[in-house]
Design a protein around this ligand. Sequence first.
Ligand SMILES: Cc1cc2nc3c(=O)[nH]c(=O)nc-3n(C[C@H](O)[C@H](O)[C@H](O)COP(=O)(O)OP(=O)(O)OC[C@H]3O[C@@H](n4cnc5c(N)ncnc54)[C@H](O)[C@@H]3O)c2cc1C
Length: 293
Amino acid sequence: MRNISQWFNPESPQEAAQMMRDTKGKGCYLAGGTDLLLENRTDFEFAVDLSATGLNEIARTETGDLFIGSCVTLHDLETSPLTHEFADGAIAFAAAGCGNRPVRSTATVGGNLCNALPSADMVPVLLALDAVVFFTDGESQESVPLSEFFVGPRKTVLDGSLLIGLAISGEYANWKVISRKLTRTVEDISLVQVAVGLEIEGDTILRGSVAMGAVAPTPVRATEAEALLIDLPLADAPVAFASVADLAAATCSPIDDHRATAQYRTDMVEVLTRRLLCEVAGIEDVKKYRGEK
Ligand SMILES: Cc1cc2nc3c(=O)[nH]c(=O)nc-3n(C[C@H](O)[C@H](O)[C@H](O)COP(=O)(O)OP(=O)(O)OC[C@H]3O[C@@H](n4cnc5c(N)ncnc54)[C@H](O)[C@@H]3O)c2cc1C
């Protein structure tokens, strides 16, 4: 960032996206700066500051959908009554698990998504809730499911467009959702993340979702595994959850690095998926009472 010579303060998302286009690839959007300022990049000459664009709102629409502006901070997600009352407060819980308090006060959900690390901590829970993201190039607005937003490590579909925010359908408001990440310390990059969601009616699971982070080039949904959750009687769930967990582990393609081996990450996807599904459904883990680890 040391070559930045001009700082723009647009007052609307459209103005910001237009300014970005005018910089012809030499500008960058700046939200909280907690990722950007550490990168020490030298290829940017212009900063497009998003703090006055009005994208810091969390709202419920008339139809019950939850809208989250891209500049909402992780602290606001953690503390908002609107996120606490939606899907078991799973979004608030995921936000509370990111970094430390000073970081969460500055870091935004948009920055977390747009930085597009496979290990970005807000992504699995939003994927599990089928979030849709909205973006603009300054002239028109587009939307895609979050599952189509990431095209590779640190790559999204944005191509210079501005992320406006994301929406989650009100039909997920009563889902039971939980996410968990494994790290050495709370500020380390996640080794593995899993988020699961279930829609339960009476003694039947109507459908469910399993999303994973840090175990593939982009965050992913375990769609094949999710098929086993459709119209599943709770009585059959303990055994079915073990199969769902095996399939989720088979879906991921993690790497070996200095933090963990691919095998460890794969094994942890199986364990976390099974345990989180049991936790969300309020049933005992079948492997636990068989005495297996
Ligand atoms: C000490 C520390 C601990 C951390 N711990 C965690 C952690 O536990 N979990 C975790 O996931 N992350 C963690 N992070 C990383 C970081 O805080 C988050 O990824 C954060 O959400 C990034 O948001 P930001 O607003 O700071 O993004 P910025 O740094 O401002 O931007 C990040 C990238 O996104 C782009 N961008 C931002 N907003 C938009 C937009 N609206 N449209 C288009 N592009 C945009 C920027 O141009 C930049 O390329 C940590 C960082 C630090 C310094």
